[in-house]
Design a binder for this molecule. Sequence first.
Ligand code: ADP
Length: 376
Amino acid sequence: MAQITSEIVTECLKTIKGPDLEGDLVSRGMVSPIMIDDGKVIFSITVPSSRTEELEPMRLAAQKAVMALDGVTSAMVVFTAEREAGSEPAPRPTPPPSAQPSKGRQVNSSAPVPGIKSIIAVASGKGGVGKSTTSVNLAIALAKLGQKVGILDADIYGPSMPRLMGIKDQPTVNGKILTPLEGHGVKVMSMGFLVDEDTPMIWRGPMVISALTQMLREVEWGELDVLVVDMPPGTGDAQLTMSQQVPLAGAVIVSTPQDIALIDARKGLNMFRKVDVPILGLIENMSTFICPKCGEHSHIFGHGGARDEAERVGVPFLGEIPLHMDIRLNSDGGTPIVSSSPDGAHAKVYLQIAQSVIDKLDGAGFADTAPSITFE
Ligand code: ADP
């Protein structure tokens, strides 16, 4: 088979007409850098977010044309949406019925990933509760406790790992598989390394699964004790499908005091229960506000709700992380607090949580095994 190159793919894409039949995809500057991995071709086409449905035939035409090239074994073509100035991010689509689990079926597509002992999901009922911040600090804390750790950013709609981990490089391709990047002692793989973080991606359901599967199974993770999967926020079908596709040893739910009282965190718990994934516990994030000037503790969003709720629904409570400027500044600056102030009070909380997670993974004896996932 001929060796496929990005030049050949680019030439091919010059034959695909742009929107409104004007010019072609390449001359209109709509095509991202093209990644080629042993015959697999991955690139994105940037379109206005309001036109993704209408331009779907164009995406399919590009994919079909690339698939037909000699030496191409698969082509993954996704839309990235141009965000119009001042507009809301593109809506997050849910997978079509074909990508959704059907009820009453025993699904066991989650074969273990060789070399990885335990995979844990960090999830939240909704966005903005600090799930990704918790994922990175938990992962770094696990590494500080001597574990070999990786993070998989499964939040492919809004990948934030490159920023949170302060990694700007691109993964390299080694033979058939991608080599993950490394930061703060943790291996990292994120869709954000392959596409611009600020460009929201428009994913078709089956692609979500194929992207996730590739990031999980076609990445040279090596030997890991724990792989932390930063899940996309929410508890919809996309999340449910993901919890099915990844052989999870357990899940950690992140919640803020105000939403634990509401339904969001409970939905998260129920989602994992549905797919028979053990809940390792609940973390209350942005719990107490500690005034950086006077040190006074205030419970802006109420307090203790997560602990009570965890007790009520019978899941372990893993700890409270305060709402603190240093956590935010370090998280958003690519120097997570557990790494930048490993001896500080905040790091201590994450380290305690990480230790509980290790104890639970060891104690429960589900390391090394993939749970069988059953739908009611
Ligand atoms: P999610 O992944 O749930 O969308 P992020 O981890 O991106 O949430 O966090 C949202 C924002 O809140 C970020 O700016 C982050 O720095 C900040 N944040 C998260 N946890 C804390 C905390 N405990 N204290 C202060 N800021 C926090």
